[in-house]
Design a binder for this molecule. Structure first.
Ligand code: SF4
Length: 473
Protein backbone atom coordinates (compact mmCIF):
# COMPACT_ATOMS: atom_id res chain seq x y z
CA UNK A 1 0.00 0.00 0.00
CA UNK A 2 1.27 3.48 -0.89
CA UNK A 3 0.20 6.46 1.18
CA UNK A 4 0.56 9.69 -0.78
CA UNK A 5 0.68 13.20 0.64
CA UNK A 6 0.09 15.62 -2.18
CA UNK A 7 0.55 19.32 -1.61
CA UNK A 8 0.04 19.38 2.16
CA UNK A 9 2.03 19.18 5.38
CA UNK A 10 -0.19 16.87 7.40
CA UNK A 11 2.00 13.80 6.86
CA UNK A 12 2.61 12.97 10.50
CA UNK A 13 -1.02 13.00 11.57
CA UNK A 14 -2.33 11.34 8.40
CA UNK A 15 0.22 8.53 8.60
CA UNK A 16 -0.57 7.91 12.28
CA UNK A 17 -4.28 7.75 11.63
CA UNK A 18 -3.78 5.45 8.65
CA UNK A 19 -1.60 3.10 10.69
CA UNK A 20 -4.21 3.05 13.47
CA UNK A 21 -6.46 1.11 11.12
CA UNK A 22 -3.74 -1.28 9.94
CA UNK A 23 -0.95 -1.94 12.46
CA UNK A 24 1.62 -3.22 11.65
CA UNK A 25 1.31 -2.77 7.85
CA UNK A 26 4.17 -2.27 5.39
CA UNK A 27 3.54 1.19 4.03
CA UNK A 28 5.31 3.07 1.27
CA UNK A 29 5.19 6.83 1.79
CA UNK A 30 5.27 9.24 -1.14
CA UNK A 31 4.64 12.88 -2.03
CA UNK A 32 4.29 12.11 -5.76
CA UNK A 33 0.80 11.72 -7.21
CA UNK A 34 2.25 9.55 -9.95
CA UNK A 35 2.55 6.81 -7.28
CA UNK A 36 -1.24 6.51 -7.19
CA UNK A 37 -1.17 3.04 -8.73
CA UNK A 38 -2.05 -0.42 -7.45
CA UNK A 39 -3.21 -0.23 -3.81
CA UNK A 40 -2.88 3.37 -2.71
CA UNK A 41 -4.37 6.14 -0.61
CA UNK A 42 -3.98 9.62 -2.05
CA UNK A 43 -4.49 12.55 0.34
CA UNK A 44 -4.44 15.92 -1.38
CA UNK A 45 -4.90 19.62 -0.81
CA UNK A 46 -5.65 21.84 -3.81
CA UNK A 47 -6.00 25.63 -3.52
CA UNK A 48 -8.11 27.57 -6.04
CA UNK A 49 -8.90 31.26 -5.46
CA UNK A 50 -10.08 31.71 -1.91
CA UNK A 51 -10.92 28.06 -1.22
CA UNK A 52 -8.97 24.86 -0.58
CA UNK A 53 -10.28 21.43 -1.59
CA UNK A 54 -9.15 18.60 0.67
CA UNK A 55 -9.59 15.13 -0.74
CA UNK A 56 -8.91 11.47 0.00
CA UNK A 57 -8.95 8.73 -2.62
CA UNK A 58 -8.51 5.17 -1.41
CA UNK A 59 -8.05 2.39 -3.92
CA UNK A 60 -7.60 -1.06 -2.43
CA UNK A 61 -8.47 -4.66 -3.40
CA UNK A 62 -10.26 -3.36 -6.52
CA UNK A 63 -12.51 -1.08 -4.41
CA UNK A 64 -12.42 2.69 -4.58
CA UNK A 65 -13.53 5.32 -2.07
CA UNK A 66 -13.40 9.04 -2.75
CA UNK A 67 -14.22 11.89 -0.37
CA UNK A 68 -13.60 15.63 -0.51
CA UNK A 69 -14.43 18.84 1.28
CA UNK A 70 -13.92 22.48 0.39
CA UNK A 71 -12.96 25.00 3.07
CA UNK A 72 -12.11 28.72 2.95
CA UNK A 73 -8.40 29.29 2.24
CA UNK A 74 -8.23 31.26 5.49
CA UNK A 75 -8.98 28.07 7.53
CA UNK A 76 -6.07 27.54 9.97
CA UNK A 77 -3.71 24.66 9.11
CA UNK A 78 -4.69 22.71 12.26
CA UNK A 79 -8.35 22.77 11.22
CA UNK A 80 -7.52 21.74 7.66
CA UNK A 81 -5.51 18.87 9.06
CA UNK A 82 -8.50 17.81 11.19
CA UNK A 83 -10.83 17.99 8.16
CA UNK A 84 -8.41 15.85 6.16
CA UNK A 85 -8.24 13.34 9.03
CA UNK A 86 -12.04 13.09 9.13
CA UNK A 87 -12.12 12.38 5.38
CA UNK A 88 -9.43 9.72 5.73
CA UNK A 89 -11.22 8.18 8.72
CA UNK A 90 -14.49 7.95 6.80
CA UNK A 91 -12.82 6.39 3.75
CA UNK A 92 -11.03 3.81 5.93
CA UNK A 93 -14.20 3.12 7.89
CA UNK A 94 -16.03 2.39 4.62
CA UNK A 95 -13.25 0.11 3.46
CA UNK A 96 -12.63 -1.80 6.71
CA UNK A 97 -16.13 -1.65 8.20
CA UNK A 98 -14.42 -0.67 11.49
CA UNK A 99 -14.69 2.30 13.81
CA UNK A 100 -11.76 3.41 15.98
CA UNK A 101 -12.75 3.93 19.63
CA UNK A 102 -10.80 7.20 19.83
CA UNK A 103 -11.93 8.44 16.40
CA UNK A 104 -9.32 10.62 14.71
CA UNK A 105 -7.40 11.24 17.94
CA UNK A 106 -3.95 9.72 17.57
CA UNK A 107 -1.95 11.52 20.25
CA UNK A 108 -0.62 10.40 23.61
CA UNK A 109 -2.96 12.57 25.71
CA UNK A 110 -6.58 12.30 24.58
CA UNK A 111 -7.91 13.44 27.98
CA UNK A 112 -6.05 16.72 27.66
CA UNK A 113 -7.34 17.28 24.10
CA UNK A 114 -10.91 16.41 25.03
CA UNK A 115 -10.85 18.65 28.11
CA UNK A 116 -10.86 21.61 25.70
CA UNK A 117 -13.87 20.35 23.72
CA UNK A 118 -17.58 19.97 24.42
CA UNK A 119 -19.12 16.50 24.23
CA UNK A 120 -20.69 17.47 20.92
CA UNK A 121 -17.39 18.63 19.41
CA UNK A 122 -15.65 15.46 20.63
CA UNK A 123 -18.27 13.26 18.99
CA UNK A 124 -18.73 15.22 15.78
CA UNK A 125 -15.34 16.74 15.00
CA UNK A 126 -13.13 14.03 16.51
CA UNK A 127 -15.49 11.03 16.04
CA UNK A 128 -14.68 9.77 19.57
CA UNK A 129 -16.96 6.92 20.72
CA UNK A 130 -19.39 7.64 23.59
CA UNK A 131 -17.66 5.00 25.77
CA UNK A 132 -14.20 6.55 25.49
CA UNK A 133 -15.61 10.04 25.91
CA UNK A 134 -17.29 8.94 29.14
CA UNK A 135 -13.99 7.44 30.34
CA UNK A 136 -12.11 10.66 29.56
CA UNK A 137 -14.74 12.76 31.36
CA UNK A 138 -14.56 10.54 34.46
CA UNK A 139 -10.77 10.92 34.51
CA UNK A 140 -11.01 14.70 34.17
CA UNK A 141 -13.32 14.72 37.18
CA UNK A 142 -10.95 12.58 39.31
CA UNK A 143 -7.94 14.68 38.28
CA UNK A 144 -9.46 18.06 39.11
CA UNK A 145 -8.68 18.03 42.88
CA UNK A 146 -5.21 16.57 42.17
CA UNK A 147 -4.54 19.45 39.81
CA UNK A 148 -5.89 21.99 42.29
CA UNK A 149 -3.56 20.66 44.98
CA UNK A 150 -0.33 21.42 43.06
CA UNK A 151 1.76 23.80 45.16
CA UNK A 152 3.04 26.88 43.34
CA UNK A 153 6.70 26.77 42.29
CA UNK A 154 6.86 23.03 42.75
CA UNK A 155 8.29 20.28 40.59
CA UNK A 156 8.51 16.52 40.36
CA UNK A 157 11.85 14.76 40.18
CA UNK A 158 12.24 11.78 37.83
CA UNK A 159 15.24 9.46 37.97
CA UNK A 160 15.76 7.06 35.06
CA UNK A 161 17.25 3.58 35.56
CA UNK A 162 17.04 2.16 32.02
CA UNK A 163 18.25 -1.35 32.85
CA UNK A 164 16.38 -4.64 33.09
CA UNK A 165 17.40 -8.21 33.90
CA UNK A 166 16.53 -9.26 30.31
CA UNK A 167 14.48 -7.73 27.57
CA UNK A 168 10.78 -8.68 27.23
CA UNK A 169 9.79 -9.61 23.67
CA UNK A 170 7.23 -6.81 23.31
CA UNK A 171 9.49 -4.07 24.71
CA UNK A 172 10.62 -1.17 22.56
CA UNK A 173 11.88 0.89 25.48
CA UNK A 174 15.58 1.77 25.48
CA UNK A 175 16.28 -0.71 28.19
CA UNK A 176 19.57 -2.54 28.48
CA UNK A 177 20.13 -5.88 30.04
CA UNK A 178 22.02 -5.24 33.23
CA UNK A 179 24.67 -7.82 32.34
CA UNK A 180 25.53 -5.79 29.19
CA UNK A 181 25.76 -2.59 31.21
CA UNK A 182 27.58 -4.07 34.21
CA UNK A 183 30.99 -2.62 33.33
CA UNK A 184 29.74 0.95 33.43
CA UNK A 185 26.89 0.65 35.91
CA UNK A 186 28.74 2.26 38.82
CA UNK A 187 29.85 5.09 36.56
CA UNK A 188 26.22 5.52 35.48
CA UNK A 189 25.05 5.77 39.09
CA UNK A 190 27.80 8.28 39.88
CA UNK A 191 26.77 10.48 36.97
CA UNK A 192 23.08 10.30 37.89
CA UNK A 193 23.97 11.47 41.40
CA UNK A 194 26.03 14.28 39.91
CA UNK A 195 23.15 15.35 37.70
CA UNK A 196 20.83 15.30 40.72
CA UNK A 197 23.26 17.58 42.54
CA UNK A 198 23.24 20.04 39.65
CA UNK A 199 19.44 19.98 39.39
CA UNK A 200 19.12 20.55 43.13
CA UNK A 201 21.32 23.64 42.83
CA UNK A 202 19.33 24.96 39.85
CA UNK A 203 15.98 24.36 41.55
CA UNK A 204 17.14 26.08 44.75
CA UNK A 205 18.38 29.04 42.77
CA UNK A 206 14.99 29.34 41.02
CA UNK A 207 12.99 28.84 44.23
CA UNK A 208 11.46 25.59 42.95
CA UNK A 209 10.52 23.04 45.59
CA UNK A 210 10.36 19.26 45.02
CA UNK A 211 6.84 17.91 45.40
CA UNK A 212 6.97 14.30 44.15
CA UNK A 213 9.81 11.87 43.38
CA UNK A 214 9.68 8.98 40.92
CA UNK A 215 12.39 6.41 40.23
CA UNK A 216 11.40 4.68 37.00
CA UNK A 217 12.81 2.26 34.49
CA UNK A 218 13.53 -0.09 33.07
CA UNK A 219 13.58 -1.84 36.39
CA UNK A 220 15.19 0.19 39.20
CA UNK A 221 15.28 -2.89 41.44
CA UNK A 222 17.73 -4.51 39.03
CA UNK A 223 20.25 -2.52 41.13
CA UNK A 224 21.58 -4.09 44.31
CA UNK A 225 20.42 -2.82 47.72
CA UNK A 226 23.83 -1.09 48.07
CA UNK A 227 23.54 0.63 44.70
CA UNK A 228 20.00 1.75 45.51
CA UNK A 229 21.18 3.24 48.81
CA UNK A 230 23.95 5.13 47.01
CA UNK A 231 21.42 6.53 44.58
CA UNK A 232 18.91 7.53 47.25
CA UNK A 233 21.66 9.27 49.23
CA UNK A 234 21.82 11.88 46.42
CA UNK A 235 18.27 12.96 47.27
CA UNK A 236 19.82 14.81 50.20
CA UNK A 237 20.91 17.52 47.78
CA UNK A 238 17.22 18.53 47.62
CA UNK A 239 14.96 20.12 50.22
CA UNK A 240 12.72 17.13 50.94
CA UNK A 241 10.55 18.81 53.55
CA UNK A 242 7.60 19.29 51.17
CA UNK A 243 7.57 15.91 49.43
CA UNK A 244 4.01 14.61 49.11
CA UNK A 245 4.76 11.42 47.20
CA UNK A 246 7.78 9.18 46.59
CA UNK A 247 7.51 6.23 44.22
CA UNK A 248 9.93 3.54 43.13
CA UNK A 249 8.89 1.43 40.17
CA UNK A 250 10.27 -1.94 41.21
CA UNK A 251 8.74 -3.67 38.23
CA UNK A 252 9.90 -7.21 37.60
CA UNK A 253 9.06 -9.46 40.55
CA UNK A 254 12.25 -11.52 40.11
CA UNK A 255 14.37 -8.49 41.01
CA UNK A 256 12.62 -7.76 44.32
CA UNK A 257 14.29 -8.81 47.59
CA UNK A 258 13.63 -7.86 51.23
CA UNK A 259 16.99 -5.96 51.36
CA UNK A 260 16.05 -3.81 48.36
CA UNK A 261 12.56 -3.16 49.73
CA UNK A 262 14.05 -2.06 53.06
CA UNK A 263 16.49 0.24 51.23
CA UNK A 264 13.58 1.80 49.32
CA UNK A 265 11.43 2.15 52.43
CA UNK A 266 14.26 3.68 54.49
CA UNK A 267 14.80 6.28 51.78
CA UNK A 268 11.24 7.44 52.41
CA UNK A 269 9.38 5.94 49.44
CA UNK A 270 5.75 5.16 50.18
CA UNK A 271 4.80 3.70 46.81
CA UNK A 272 6.13 0.85 44.80
CA UNK A 273 5.08 -1.16 41.75
CA UNK A 274 5.22 -4.89 41.33
CA UNK A 275 4.35 -5.54 37.70
CA UNK A 276 3.12 -8.99 36.71
CA UNK A 277 1.84 -8.03 33.18
CA UNK A 278 -0.04 -11.36 33.31
CA UNK A 279 -0.62 -14.01 35.96
CA UNK A 280 -0.56 -16.78 33.34
CA UNK A 281 2.78 -18.65 33.49
CA UNK A 282 2.60 -19.78 29.85
CA UNK A 283 2.11 -16.20 28.67
CA UNK A 284 5.00 -15.06 30.90
CA UNK A 285 7.22 -17.58 29.11
CA UNK A 286 5.97 -16.38 25.72
CA UNK A 287 6.99 -12.79 26.47
CA UNK A 288 10.44 -13.79 27.71
CA UNK A 289 9.99 -13.24 31.43
CA UNK A 290 12.06 -15.35 33.77
CA UNK A 291 9.58 -15.45 36.66
CA UNK A 292 6.23 -17.04 37.32
CA UNK A 293 3.02 -15.77 38.86
CA UNK A 294 3.86 -17.33 42.26
CA UNK A 295 6.95 -15.06 42.41
CA UNK A 296 4.76 -12.05 41.63
CA UNK A 297 2.52 -12.92 44.54
CA UNK A 298 5.52 -13.44 46.86
CA UNK A 299 7.03 -10.10 45.82
CA UNK A 300 3.71 -8.38 46.47
CA UNK A 301 3.36 -9.92 49.95
CA UNK A 302 7.01 -9.10 50.70
CA UNK A 303 6.34 -5.45 49.84
CA UNK A 304 3.30 -5.44 52.13
CA UNK A 305 5.36 -6.96 54.93
CA UNK A 306 8.01 -4.28 54.58
CA UNK A 307 5.23 -1.73 55.00
CA UNK A 308 4.33 -0.42 51.54
CA UNK A 309 0.71 0.53 51.72
CA UNK A 310 0.37 1.83 48.17
CA UNK A 311 1.32 -0.78 45.61
CA UNK A 312 0.69 -0.61 41.87
CA UNK A 313 0.39 -3.64 39.62
CA UNK A 314 0.52 -3.47 35.80
CA UNK A 315 -1.32 -5.79 33.44
CA UNK A 316 -1.19 -5.86 29.64
CA UNK A 317 -4.13 -6.70 27.36
CA UNK A 318 -3.25 -8.35 24.05
CA UNK A 319 -0.04 -10.20 24.98
CA UNK A 320 1.00 -12.98 22.59
CA UNK A 321 -0.69 -16.32 23.33
CA UNK A 322 -3.00 -14.65 25.86
CA UNK A 323 -6.77 -14.78 25.43
CA UNK A 324 -9.79 -13.24 27.05
CA UNK A 325 -10.33 -15.95 29.68
CA UNK A 326 -6.69 -15.94 30.73
CA UNK A 327 -6.61 -12.13 30.89
CA UNK A 328 -9.79 -12.10 32.98
CA UNK A 329 -8.23 -14.68 35.33
CA UNK A 330 -5.06 -12.51 35.62
CA UNK A 331 -7.12 -9.46 36.46
CA UNK A 332 -9.13 -11.39 39.04
CA UNK A 333 -5.93 -12.76 40.61
CA UNK A 334 -4.45 -9.26 40.84
CA UNK A 335 -7.70 -7.91 42.32
CA UNK A 336 -7.51 -10.73 44.86
CA UNK A 337 -4.25 -9.20 46.17
CA UNK A 338 -6.04 -5.86 46.49
CA UNK A 339 -3.29 -3.46 45.38
CA UNK A 340 -4.15 0.23 45.66
CA UNK A 341 -3.37 0.89 41.99
CA UNK A 342 -3.87 -1.30 38.92
CA UNK A 343 -2.67 -0.06 35.55
CA UNK A 344 -4.13 -1.79 32.51
CA UNK A 345 -2.05 -1.37 29.34
CA UNK A 346 -2.88 -2.42 25.81
CA UNK A 347 -0.01 -4.08 24.03
CA UNK A 348 1.83 -1.60 21.85
CA UNK A 349 3.87 -3.06 19.04
CA UNK A 350 6.68 -0.71 18.17
CA UNK A 351 9.20 -1.33 15.46
CA UNK A 352 12.01 -1.88 17.93
CA UNK A 353 10.22 -4.80 19.56
CA UNK A 354 11.07 -8.32 18.45
CA UNK A 355 7.37 -9.07 18.41
CA UNK A 356 6.69 -6.38 15.82
CA UNK A 357 8.82 -8.21 13.31
CA UNK A 358 7.42 -11.61 14.21
CA UNK A 359 3.79 -10.39 14.34
CA UNK A 360 2.04 -10.91 17.68
CA UNK A 361 -0.60 -13.28 16.33
CA UNK A 362 -3.31 -11.37 18.21
CA UNK A 363 -6.95 -12.15 17.57
CA UNK A 364 -8.63 -8.91 16.40
CA UNK A 365 -11.15 -7.62 18.93
CA UNK A 366 -9.75 -9.70 21.83
CA UNK A 367 -7.79 -6.83 23.41
CA UNK A 368 -10.84 -4.58 23.25
CA UNK A 369 -12.89 -7.22 25.11
CA UNK A 370 -10.13 -7.44 27.74
CA UNK A 371 -10.00 -3.67 28.22
CA UNK A 372 -13.79 -3.47 28.52
CA UNK A 373 -13.80 -6.31 31.02
CA UNK A 374 -11.07 -4.63 33.09
CA UNK A 375 -13.02 -1.38 33.14
CA UNK A 376 -16.23 -2.91 34.43
CA UNK A 377 -14.58 -5.39 36.80
CA UNK A 378 -12.38 -2.73 38.38
CA UNK A 379 -15.36 -0.39 38.79
CA UNK A 380 -17.19 -3.20 40.64
CA UNK A 381 -14.15 -3.57 42.92
CA UNK A 382 -14.20 0.15 43.76
CA UNK A 383 -11.28 1.30 41.55
CA UNK A 384 -11.61 4.57 39.63
CA UNK A 385 -9.76 5.45 36.42
CA UNK A 386 -7.51 8.44 37.10
CA UNK A 387 -5.00 8.75 34.26
CA UNK A 388 -4.79 7.57 30.71
CA UNK A 389 -2.41 7.66 27.80
CA UNK A 390 -2.13 6.14 24.37
CA UNK A 391 0.75 4.70 22.41
CA UNK A 392 1.21 3.95 18.74
CA UNK A 393 0.16 0.63 17.23
CA UNK A 394 -1.79 -0.63 20.21
CA UNK A 395 -3.84 -3.79 20.08
CA UNK A 396 -7.34 -2.84 18.87
CA UNK A 397 -6.43 0.82 19.14
CA UNK A 398 -6.97 0.84 22.88
CA UNK A 399 -5.31 2.86 25.64
CA UNK A 400 -3.42 2.50 28.93
CA UNK A 401 -5.43 3.41 31.99
CA UNK A 402 -4.35 3.78 35.59
CA UNK A 403 -6.99 2.81 38.16
CA UNK A 404 -6.79 3.57 41.86
CA UNK A 405 -8.71 3.04 45.02
CA UNK A 406 -10.13 6.50 45.84
CA UNK A 407 -7.49 8.64 47.52
CA UNK A 408 -4.59 6.47 46.25
CA UNK A 409 -4.16 8.10 42.83
CA UNK A 410 -0.53 8.76 41.87
CA UNK A 411 0.13 12.49 41.72
CA UNK A 412 3.23 12.00 39.57
CA UNK A 413 1.39 9.94 36.93
CA UNK A 414 -1.35 12.53 36.73
CA UNK A 415 1.01 15.49 36.51
CA UNK A 416 3.29 14.03 33.88
CA UNK A 417 0.49 12.71 31.72
CA UNK A 418 -1.54 15.90 31.71
CA UNK A 419 1.56 18.15 31.68
CA UNK A 420 0.44 19.95 34.83
CA UNK A 421 3.75 20.37 36.63
CA UNK A 422 7.43 20.82 35.81
CA UNK A 423 9.34 17.53 35.79
CA UNK A 424 13.09 17.72 36.34
CA UNK A 425 14.50 14.47 35.05
CA UNK A 426 17.91 12.81 35.37
CA UNK A 427 19.52 9.80 33.71
CA UNK A 428 19.72 8.35 30.20
CA UNK A 429 16.67 9.07 28.06
CA UNK A 430 15.10 11.19 30.78
CA UNK A 431 13.04 14.10 29.57
CA UNK A 432 12.87 17.28 31.63
CA UNK A 433 9.62 19.08 30.98
CA UNK A 434 9.30 22.70 32.04
CA UNK A 435 5.69 23.78 32.46
CA UNK A 436 4.49 27.34 32.93
CA UNK A 437 1.02 26.86 34.38
CA UNK A 438 0.07 30.51 33.88
CA UNK A 439 0.06 30.25 30.10
CA UNK A 440 0.47 26.54 29.28
CA UNK A 441 3.96 27.08 27.82
CA UNK A 442 6.03 23.87 27.76
CA UNK A 443 9.69 23.23 26.99
CA UNK A 444 11.45 19.87 26.88
CA UNK A 445 15.11 19.14 27.50
CA UNK A 446 15.91 15.53 26.66
CA UNK A 447 18.97 13.64 27.85
CA UNK A 448 20.83 11.33 25.48
CA UNK A 449 18.92 8.13 25.07
CA UNK A 450 21.45 5.35 25.54
CA UNK A 451 23.44 4.94 28.77
CA UNK A 452 26.80 4.94 26.91
CA UNK A 453 25.87 8.23 25.14
CA UNK A 454 24.73 9.66 28.45
CA UNK A 455 28.11 8.81 29.98
CA UNK A 456 30.26 9.83 27.03
CA UNK A 457 28.50 13.16 26.56
CA UNK A 458 27.74 13.94 30.17
CA UNK A 459 29.09 17.48 29.95
CA UNK A 460 26.56 18.28 27.19
CA UNK A 461 23.81 17.02 29.48
CA UNK A 462 24.86 19.37 32.26
CA UNK A 463 25.23 22.22 29.79
CA UNK A 464 21.74 21.65 28.32
CA UNK A 465 20.24 21.83 31.79
CA UNK A 466 21.27 25.48 31.97
CA UNK A 467 18.32 26.21 29.63
CA UNK A 468 16.10 25.76 32.68
CA UNK A 469 17.22 29.21 33.87
CA UNK A 470 16.08 30.84 30.62
CA UNK A 471 12.61 29.31 30.86
CA UNK A 472 11.84 30.62 34.32
CA UNK A 473 13.09 34.23 33.94
S1 SF4 B 1 10.59 -4.94 32.25
FE1 SF4 B 1 9.60 -3.28 31.10
S2 SF4 B 1 11.28 -1.95 30.43
FE2 SF4 B 1 12.20 -3.90 31.05
S3 SF4 B 1 12.38 -5.10 29.18
FE3 SF4 B 1 10.42 -5.67 30.13
S4 SF4 B 1 8.88 -4.28 29.25
FE4 SF4 B 1 10.92 -3.44 28.78
Amino acid sequence: MTLIFSNHKFQYEIERLFRSFFPPMELKLSTDKADAQGDYCLTESAAAGNVVTLSVELSCDGKRYSMSRTVPASTPGKDQEREMSVLLYKALREYTGRELPWGILTGVRPVKVLSKLTDEQAAQSMLVSPRKLQLARKIQQVQKPLEDSIPTNSFSLYVSIPFCPTRCSYCSFVSHSVSQAAARLDEYLRRVCEEMKQLAAISRHLGLVPDTIYFGGGTPTVLSAEQLKRLFAALEYFDLSHIREFTVEAGRPDTITPEKLHAIKSAGAGRISVNPQTMNDEVLKAIGRAHDSAQTEQAFLMAREVGFDVINMDLIAGLPTDNFDSFAASLDAVCGLSPENITVHSLSLKRAAALFRENSGNIPGEAEKMIDYAHSRLAERGYVPYYLYRQKNTADNQENTGYAKPGCESLYNTYIMEELQTILAVGAGASTKLVDRRNGRIKRITNHKYPYEYLDRFNDILENKRDIFGFFV
